[in-house]
Design a protein around this ligand. Structure first.
Ligand SMILES: O=c1[nH]c(=O)c2[nH]c(=O)[nH]c2[nH]1
Length: 308
């Protein structure tokens, strides 16, 4: 929240970060349980400058109250809902309940609990932790104006062939050989913006954005890997990233932009020799996995008319 204070421009916000909550829903009819674990961060733009400049806290929503609100709202959600919908619900609460609050920003990171299969059968109340995380961030203004972005963090993918890197600049600093055969590994971070611009325009289905998340993830992974038998050739991380971003925008009309970060995680060929002889000769088989340094490749793709 921006204001003029004592001849200066002043911007401030306050909130509670990393409020952890888990919510269980027990279906009375079939006794199947659903659950989520969320890490919720709240930031409020509110008219409380007097707390900064006059030791007057009368306009402050205490961050402890924000934390409590997360649990109250979780309790009130009697039906399962997406992280996006919960974030919107919490944000709307702050902008509508407090006259001082003009904008609420709520971010949620969902822990990837997945229903377990036991003997191939979905368990009624058993879950195991997956790997990549679903994120949601909403900004809600008092007027109901909405900005909604969702994301994936930590989607680790690798393919052992159908990747190369050729034709790049060669100069006196270049040692990297050209190749049409290498390992390709990355940990995808994706962030996409939905085109819904008011809280009243979002889809009615409370799990719509959970389903969308799963579909976007599938679309990203399928584009990275290609068909199961033949795969798809990657000429660079850059080229694959673009294909992945394009697949998402082509498939999902309500997504207006997407940002992808795809570090190139190197698997180095292993060649070991002594003075006398070769001990290990690389034949696309033995690698040294690394995590640093890594290539860092990121880009965003948006429709002409979209905001990011
Ligand atoms: O896909 C790649 N993109 C690069 O920009 C790059 N640079 C590099 O050394 N290897 C690779 N691979």
């Amino acid at each position: 929240m921006a204001s003029k204070v004592e001849g200066f421009n002043f911007e401030q916000r306050h909130g509670k970060a990393r409020v952890r909550v888990a919510r269980v829903w027990r279906n009375k009819s079939d006794n199947i349980h659903s659950m989520v674990e969320w890490n919720v961060s709240i930031s409020l733009l509110s008219d409380c400058v007097n707390s900064y400049v006059r030791d007057d806290n009368s306009d402050i929503v205490a961050t402890d109250t924000m934390k409590n609100t997360v649990y109250v709202k979780a309790k009130e959600c009697s039906e399962q809902l997406s992280a996006e919908n919960f974030a919107i619900l919490v944000a709307r609460h702050f902008t509508s309940f407090y006259k001082q609050v003009t904008t609420a920003i709520v971010k949620i990171v969902e822990k990837p609990w997945e229903r377990v299969l036991v003997n191939g059968q979905p368990h009624d109340h058993g879950f195991k932790l997956g790997s990549e995380k679903h994120t949601a961030e909403v900004t809600v203004q008092k007027s109901g104006v909405l900005k909604l972005t969702s994301g994936i963090e930590g989607l680790s993918v690798l393919k052992t062939t159908k990747s190369g890197f050729e034709g790049f600049i060669r100069d006196q600093y270049t040692a990297l050989p050209e190749t049409r055969e290498r390992m390709l590994a990355t940990e995808v971070t994706a962030l996409w913006r939905y085109s819904y611009e008011s809280v009243s325009s979002i889809p009615r289905n409370p799990l719509y954005f959970t389903e969308r998340y799963l579909d976007v993830k599938k679309s990203l992974a399928n584009t990275f890997f290609g068909p199961p038998k033949e795969g798809v050739y990657s000429a660079s991380v850059q080229g694959t990233l673009f294909q992945m971003a394009k697949a998402v925008l082509n498939r999902f009309p309500d997504i207006s932009s997407i940002q992808l970060k795809m570090p190139n995680i190197h698997f180095l060929p292993v060649n070991i020799s002594s003075k006398e002889n070769t001990i290990v000769k690389f034949n696309d088989d033995v690698f040294l996995p690394t995590d640093e340094p890594h290539g860092s490749i990121e880009a965003s793709l948006s429709r002409f008319w979209s905001k990011m």
